[in-house]
Unconditional design. Structure first.
Length: 163
């Protein structure tokens, strides 16, 4: 009878420990609102950074200063890539994991798009850069569509912000 009590006691202790683990993990889970706040902070910082980097880029291109504009697009691409890495490192809400992963998959090519625009401008291929910019806008809109309703603002791709 003593071994039955010990086994029952062990089972009760193990059951309680398992319950505590479940409760503590549920409390630690990131909510969608928490994730959006954290991501928005990163995106706002990147938005300010890229606004500063890309300031006057259209005027430079119109004046034929494509090499200077090229440098700006390259810097913006690197900054955007770094911001994506920071957002991707955030803990995602479990329920939104698949959607947020798809969003990242849609955003990643934008880094390469900025770099391709930079290369086209470096070679003074303005028409190619414009075509690439249109593709970039389309891909950005596709990424935005994935997270419609999440409440993002700074994390949405809106190329018109950069003049």
């Amino acid at each position: 009878m003593g071994s039955m009590r010990r086994n029952s006691l062990k089972a009760a202790v193990l059951g309680t420990m398992a319950l505590l683990v479940v409760v503590s993990s549920a409390q630690a889970e990131t909510t969608r609102d928490q994730y959006v706040v954290q991501a928005e902070a990163i995106c706002k910082q990147n938005l300010k950074q890229n606004s500063k980097i890309l300031k006057g880029v259209r005027a430079q291109i119109k004046k034929g200063k494509t090499k200077k504009a090229s440098v700006k697009f390259k810097k913006a691409g690197k900054a955007f890539g770094a911001a994506l890495n920071r957002v991707q490192a955030l803990e995602e809400p479990v329920a939104d994991g698949a959607t947020l992963s798809t969003w990242m998959v849609k955003l990643r090519p934008l880094v390469g798009g900025l770099m391709r625009i930079s290369k086209a401008l470096k070679k003074n291929k303005i028409n190619s850069a414009q075509r690439l910019a249109v593709k970039l806008q389309n891909k950005g809109q596709q990424a935005n569509n994935v997270v419609v309703g999440y409440g993002f603002s700074a994390c949405l791709i809106r190329p018109g912000r950069f003049q």
